[in-house]
Ligand binder design. Structure first.
Ligand code: SF4
Length: 761
């Protein structure tokens, strides 16, 4: 039976904001990026506070950028070691405007719900704990003590610790994350869903299975040593802008770049380096030598076509394969059976263009493969990333300088949080080490990941939801289902810096606990503290806030976790929660005894630039059971859509970081002042009777359920036939909760089957 779900407007207002269009850019950054960086920073934080924050951003002894997880150079740091998006992130946090109790007295929850996510972020910093009591329309102040008592009371009321969920966002520091997972396990559950369940879980799963570590293997200086850099499903110009500096250096050292993406992204075409006079004057370094505008989810077919050609031409590294890998014969057999008509149809590319890049790869031994959400959020994401590994293994391109895998992480400490034990499926060694250090046996049964957590709330199996950062409602799929799931809870707790939509959809009781930002002075009983993070390349480094906190009532994340734990667990297991949170060196001492690779943590993290965590595949040692890298074989996923159907991927604008909306423009794509747009191929528009700027409704179709998102403006765009792109979170409502990647359970936000109809008002 067909069921129709439409999207209540208060979950995401549907009004249009005044679309303007221009030319798409052919290069990223340059003078405009500098102007935008300063305008954002000075506009939100003020000239003094803003300039001070920028001067400290990504410097030794400074503040680690809260935005993406791209690494900083090991040795030298330039005066402006940040990008436009780093500046926007720091400005967003250093915002000098404030939300006080009067704000919540003025606006009801319903009124706040009518405003956009952009408006929410523009209201300033949260300044004191607030509670939304059952039946009330307004948040009201609550003391920290009462807030922690309320949490403890609701946790104690549960029939089982597994009825509580503890979510983590990728901004959380190592210290807060370690304490949090310790509290959750001491409470008695492994329900630790996190944002990586929705982004690079597919990468971690694929890499763990094939090379024995769920992380990338390259360092920043490998880029200058590479012969070829393959960039799949990634838009570095917007999402990891300082990666462009690494790509520029690689090009200057002679590397070739192959970009694989359904959209022609400015940051893959060229880079105007704002650190150089030429870049400021508008001269761009061309980046991609080959640009393959693959169909959405056509990467797997492309990779297999390339590997088939390498095998046919004997361009494989046989000694490496024999010595370091297993499973080659099965891979060869499966590729031999694959026919070219399927490869061409499913990739959306010509055989000639695939042959061109195969020839380049066949001549190269030092290949780096980078990717992001364009690979990870599909049903076959794990298998596709395993194909990336297959390709590199065929060329012997893992475990040597200038070569390896590089999943580029989107949030500054998402990798570190997992290292610290934020994992619903904890490995045995972690539980044993916790038992040895803290004297209690943590639960072994697996907890819920993000999708399972939503299902548990929806079905009444979970009743308390705590979020350490993030904007859960906007980050997750199937917005209406997630909203209902949150409403089913007895208590929802959001530990936050600024107002967001997750504060407006709560359990019977909702708490907002405002915390210090990474930019701010974190003063505890033992003095000012610093925290640590781990970037995409496994470097652990310190970050010390230097700005005056937005309010005297803010607590740090480690202290919030410690007080929550102390109030809930008391002296159970004798863990000195408040002592640990009063001196983060004490937390780091515990980490050094529980997490491998963190020996002498306090000493090594004080070294300039921090330290690298061990990464055996980087040195050519694979940490699998057989000590060999594994070739993988899987069926090719084929798409056969109905004539009226399109494949939709959700993307970010340039004025956006994950769910944080800094502005309404998507400058590089030439789209301004409007987020409710759908990018379509000209032929699809003609076929479906649509014109430029037609107003349409979007409908996704999954397992007999139709989900609808209303009021989108059609824009003709350079995108392969049958493919469309829309911005999230506006179209998260179309992403079915139950449509997830095999093995990693990541929502398939990049391949949603939709139809489009004229808008019905
Ligand atoms: S590249 Fe990423 S980490 Fe670096 S400044 Fe930009 S947003 Fe921050």
């Amino acid at each position: 039976m067909s069921q129709n779900q439409s999207h209540p407007p208060e979950l995401c207002p549907e009004e249009l904001t005044g679309l303007k269009t221009g030319q798409a850019a052919h290069a990223a950054a340059g003078f405009t990026a500098v102007v935008k960086s300063l305008a954002h920073t000075w506009g939100l934080a003020g000239v003094g506070r803003g300039t001070r924050a920028l001067a400290l951003l990504n410097q030794h002894q400074g503040i680690d950028c809260t935005s993406c997880a791209w690494p900083d150079p090991d040795d030298h740091r330039s005066v402006a070691e940040f990008c436009e998006n780093g500046a926007k992130a720091i400005a967003w946090e250093a915002d000098s405007r404030k939300i006080t109790r009067d704000f919540f007295a003025r606006y009801s929850i319903e009124e706040l719900g009518q405003h956009t996510d952009y408006w929410h972020g523009q209201q300033g910093r949260l300044t004191e704990p607030m509670v939304l009591r059952s039946g009330s329309k307004h948040y009201e102040p609550i003391s920290w003590d009462d807030a922690f008592s309320l949490i403890a009371h609701e946790l104690h009321r549960l029939d089982s610790p597994d009825q509580a969920l503890f979510y983590t966002s990728g901004r959380t520091s190592n210290e807060a994350a370690f304490l949090y997972q310790l509290f959750v396990r001491a409470f008695g559950t492994n329900n630790l869903p996190d944002c990586s369940n929705m982004c690079h879980e597919s990468s971690g799963t694929a890499l763990n299975r094939t090379i024995g570590i769920g992380k990338g293997t390259v360092k920043l200086d490998d880029f200058e040593k590479a012969q070829v850099i393959l960039i799949l499903g990634q838009n570095p110009g917007t999402n990891h802008p300082r990666m462009l500096t690494a790509l520029q250096k690689a090009k200057q050292a002679g590397a070739k770049i192959i970009a694989v993406n359904p959209l022609k992204e400015a940051g893959l075409l060229g880079f105007k380096n704002p650190q150089q006079l030429g870049g400021m004057l508008g001269w761009a370094t061309p980046l991609a030598d080959h640009y393959l505008q693959v169909r959405i989810n056509g990467d797997m077919a492309l990779l297999r076509g390339v590997m088939k050609l390498l095998l046919e031409k004997g361009q494989i590294n046989t000694p490496f394969i024999q010595e370091k890998t297993e499973g080659f014969a099965e891979l060869r057999e499966s590729l031999e059976k694959l026919d070219w008509s399927t490869i061409v149809e499913q990739s959306g590319l010509t055989r000639e263009s695939i042959t061109e890049v195969a020839e380049l790869l066949g001549k190269s031994e030092r290949i780096i493969a980078c990717w992001a959400m364009g690979l990870t959020q599909h049903k076959n994401a794990v298998a596709t990333i395993q194909d990336v590994v297959n390709l590199l293994l065929l060329r012997g391109s893992i475990g040597k300088a200038g070569a390896g895998v590089c999943p580029v992480r989107g949030h500054s400490n998402v990798q570190g949080d997992r290292t610290m034990g934020i994992w619903e499926k904890p490995p045995k060694w972690l539980l044993e080490n916790i038992e040895k250090e803290f004297g209690f046996r943590p639960p072994e049964h697996h907890g819920y990941d993000t999708v399972e957590a939503i299902r548990a709330m929806r079905d009444g199996r979970a009743k308390v939801f705590v979020a350490l950062g993030g904007n859960f409602l906007s980050a997750t799929p199937d917005t209406e289902t997630t909203a209902q799931a949150l409403r089913n809870c007895r208590l929802t707790v959001q530990i936050s810096i600024k107002l967001n939509r997750s504060h407006l959809v709560t359990g019977q009781t909702g708490l907002i606990l405002p915390c210090l930002g990474r930019t701010e002075i974190d003063l505890q009983a033992s003095g000012p503290q610093f925290v640590t993070t781990e970037n995409s390349m496994g470097v652990v480094q310190a970050s010390q806030g230097r700005l005056k906190p937005a309010s005297e009532h803010l607590l740090s994340e480690p202290m919030i976790v410690a007080r929550m734990a102390e109030k809930t667990l008391g002296h159970k297991y004798g863990i000195p929660w408040l002592t640990l949170a009063s001196n983060y060196d004490l937390i780091r001492e515990r980490i050094s005894r529980v997490i491998p690779g963190f020996e002498n943590f306090n000493q090594r993290v004080r070294q300039k630039g921090g330290f690298y965590l061990p990464n055996p595949p980087r040195e050519g040692h694979f940490s699998t059971a057989s000590q060999k890298a594994i070739f993988s074989v899987s069926p090719l996923l084929e798409w056969h859509l109905q004539p009226d159907q399109l494949l939709m991927m959700t993307i970010r604008t340039h004025d956006q970081f994950n769910t944080t909306i800094y502005g309404l423009d998507d400058r590089y794509r030439g789209i301004y002042q409007e987020r409710r747009v759908i990018l379509m191929n000209a032929e699809d528009m003609k076929r479906l009777g649509l014109e430029e700027k037609s107003l349409v409704d979007l409908h996704s179709h999954y397992n007999g359920v139709t989900r609808t998102a209303k009021r989108f403006v059609v824009l003709c765009y350079d995108i392969p036939r049958g493919c469309t792109a829309t911005y999230f979170p506006e179209t998260n409502v179309l992403v079915p909760l139950d449509s997830t990647a095999e093995f990693s359970h990541t929502p398939t936000s990049k391949s949603v089957v939709i139809t489009v109809s004229q808008h019905v008002g």
